[in-house]
Write a protein that binds this ligand. Structure first.
Ligand code: ZN
Length: 266
């Protein structure tokens, strides 16, 4: 079968499943942000993570032990993500939500692109770069303010008014996952008739457990990702084509289109 035909077939089947489901929930991973120019750090040798060990530099112990070293890396990461824009795949999920065909997006991504694209019901299970906070007095700072603090600090460490180094709102290695977000993700996955898994290898907890939750509750899963996943054999549909093209085709098949004039944040 030709690639284009395969994409159309998978998209049509996903569209049918969406039409039959009362509750559809999307679960997204790094793959949905790749078309925005954000490399998946689990792909070896890519971008910012090429020369560092994420387990070492993005670990809560590294933050406490040496905030200056931690922020010299994280400041760069903020900078790299700053000029990235949501892509048509993010936009497709917004259109599905606005049409009442998608209840929520659960994401592993910390790049805030779903929020910027306009997704309303969003669960960020690994946190977000949108804000940083003080672990001592709990003050919270928005990204723009954190960026300004980084550039004005002599050592590059953004500090709270109380003097403590700020911690990005992302879940670092060695940290607990945000309990409220995890509980919400589990509840959504349990209630979903269809869990649409996009751009995730479904190997990292907590995301790896959500398809199991949906299946155990009698729902179906559809997988749209380039890599294989542990759930491929259990999925109602498994599509390995280009995420943007596949979602465009899904939208067309349910009778929706992404507006020609991009939304301001796109
Ligand atoms: Zn403070």
């Amino acid at each position: 079968m030709a690639a284009a035909e395969a994409a159309t077939t998978a998209a049509a089947r996903i569209a049918n499943l969406i039409g039959e489901a009362d509750s559809v929930v999307a679960l997204t991973g790094a793959g949905i942000s790749v078309p925005s120019g954000i490399p998946d750090f689990r792909s070896p040798g890519t971008g910012l993570w090429a020369n560092v060990n994420p387990m070492e530099v993005a670990h809560i112990d590294a933050f406490h032990a040496d905030p200056e070293r931690f922020w010299s890396f994280y400041g760069q990461r903020f900078q790299t993500l700053e000029d990235k824009r949501p892509n048509r795949a993010h936009a497709a999920l917004v259109e599905l939500e606005r049409a009442g065909l998608l209840d929520a997006v659960i994401t592993q991504n910390i790049d805030r692109l779903h929020a910027r694209a306009g997704t309303n019901e969003l669960v960020e299970v690994h946190g977000t770069i949108a804000h940083s906070s003080c672990l001592v007095c709990r003050s919270r700072y928005e990204l723009g303010d954190v960026r300004r603090l980084i550039s004005s600090a002599p050592d590059g460490v953004p500090r709270c008014e109380c003097g403590e180094a700020l911690k990005p709102g992302v879940v670092l290695f060695g940290e607990y996952l945000p309990a409220e977000a995890i509980a919400r993700a589990e509840a959504l996955a349990a209630a979903a008739d269809l869990l649409l898994c996009i751009g995730s290898s479904l190997e990292v907890y907590p995301v790896a457990s959500l398809p199991e939750t949906t299946l155990a509750s009698g729902g179906q899963i559809a997988i749209l990702t380039k890599s294989s996943t542990p759930f491929d054999q259990l999925a109602a549909v498994c599509a390995g084509g280009d995420i943007v093209e596949e979602l465009d085709a899904v939208l067309a098949a349910v009778g929706l289109a992404i507006p020609e004039a991009p939304r301001p944040e796109l």
